[in-house]
Design a protein around this ligand. Structure first.
Ligand code: HSE
Length: 425
């Protein structure tokens, strides 16, 4: 049998695009039974200086040169965002081209449409790079005979970097974010990462393959890490926890919880120990088997490697990883979930305040497991933080209680709630 040649059109030559060009060159040197030929690269600007050398004849600003070239059988999309990535991918699939993409934002929104189009046109749709943390597990999840019962993920490198730097350096969220932006670890507009949306996109994309369930993105509860202070990190540590931005999925029978928010994780748990840009995924299936993986969550080569793995599947004629149709799942409303909670109140340092707070919590059936209040307030600053850890309570009851507490005249500023998660491994 002759050598299989895969002819590629690449959309995007940013950090990941350059990583792909470099890895393809490296792979081709191995002279295996397949070869990748990069026919064209669509870029925004032809004359931009680029650290990776690319023959200028390969570059174009005209998408048509890739989409309408019948020689190109596979399109790699790493420009990100919704448009024009959506139009490019749909047109490529309609024209019978295979597509490999890292675009979790798009998959989270129209993943089922993209898969339908791929099946209709008998094309391969490679989405491993949409969640770099989990892609090495994705095949076994997609083909697992058993359903996931619980899944936890740290899927955002920027947020994990910020949280670990705050802890290491004893600095505030905003000063760590500013430094991370200076050195290019955080985007100029960091909202997608630090407000939890990127994690939610990755969660929805992963669940579609692992559970066969295209969860509507807007139904996922999303909360980011902006309100976490260095003080919270210290209090959490004192209580035996670290704070992580988590993607959480819990399934019992047909009922599903899917949410993204910061959570206190017991320090000894593996996910609590992820540092810097490390990401991780762990899960337990319905027969109690627990597995986990730790991997870099971002960067040129981790993402490009995931893309390359899909390209190799195409070269080897492997079948598309398809979401398996499972039965319908009912998504729990956020108010119905149950959790333990870390609560931080800023209140006047006065007689009876603690009693008032615990009274309100008690009225809402919320039982307190521990309390921290450090000494007296400085004279100049008469409010003090009070930290409470609750036993398991219903989210709606906790939210209602916090509203009542925040309305007290002794309350100075909005209280903070962080959910506690016991972890898996
Ligand atoms: N911006 C993402 C992160 C990396 O910080 O994890 C790309 O998915």
């Amino acid at each position: 049998m002759g050598k299989k040649v895969v002819r590629l059109g690449l959309f995007g030559l940013g950090t990941v695009g350059r990583g792909i060009v470099e890895l393809l060159q490296r792979k081709n040197k191995e002279k295996g039974d397949y070869e990748f030929v990069l026919e064209k690269i669509a870029v925004k600007h032809l004359d931009k200086e680029r650290p990776t050398s690319v023959a200028s004849r390969l570059l174009t600003t005209n998408h048509r040169e890739i989409l309408e070239n019948p020689e190109i059988d596979t399109v790699v999309e790493v420009i990100g965002g919704i448009s024009p990535a959506k139009e490019i991918i749909l047109e490529a699939l309609k024209k019978g081209k295979n597509v490999v993409t890292a675009n979790k934002a798009l998959l989270a929104r129209i993943g089922s449409q993209l898969f339908e189009e791929a099946i209709k046109n008998n094309c391969y749709l490679g989405v491993r790079a949409s969640n770099v943390a989990s892609y090495r597990l994705i095949e076994s999840l997609a083909f697992s005979p058993f359903q996931i019962e619980k899944l936890l993920g740290v899927f955002n490198a920027t947020s994990n970097y910020i949280l670990t730097q705050m802890e290491k350096k004893g600095q505030s969220f905003s000063s760590v974010l500013e430094k991370a932006q200076e050195i290019g670890y955080a985007e100029e507009d960091p909202s997608n990462d630090i407000d939890g949306y990127d994690t939610a996109h990755k969660l929805v994309a992963l669940l579609s393959l692992a559970m066969g369930y295209f969860l509507p993105l807007e139904s996922v509860f999303v909360e980011g890490i902006r309100r976490i202070s260095y003080q919270d990190i210290l209090f959490a540590r004192e209580l035996g926890y670290r704070i992580k931005l988590l993607a959480i999925v819990k399934r019992r029978d047909n009922n599903l919880e899917a949410r993204v928010h910061p959570a206190l994780l017991p320090i000894g748990k593996e996910m609590a120990q992820l540092e810097g840009i490390e990401n991780g995924l762990e899960l337990r299936d319905e027969v109690g088997v627990e597995v986990g993986i730790k991997a870099p969550g971002a960067g040129k080569y981790p993402t490009a490697t995931a893309i390359l793995e899909d390209l190799i599947c195409i070269a080897k004629g492997r079948k598309l990883i398809l979401p398996q149709q499972r039965k319908h799942l009912n998504l729990k409303k956020m108010g119905e979930i149950e959790s333990e909670y870390y609560l931080r109140f800023n209140v006047l340092d006065r007689v009876g305040v603690l009693a008032k707070i615990s009274g309100i919590l008690g009225n809402h059936n919320i039982s307190i497991a521990s309390v921290i209040q450090k000494g007296k307030a400085e004279k100049s600053l008469n409010s003090v933080p009070i930290i409470m850890l609750t036993y398991e309570a219903e989210e709606e009851a906790v939210q209602d209680a916090l509203k009542e507490i925040d309305a007290l005249s002794v309350a100075k500023g909005k209280s903070l709630l962080i959910r506690v998660e016991e972890g898996i491994l």
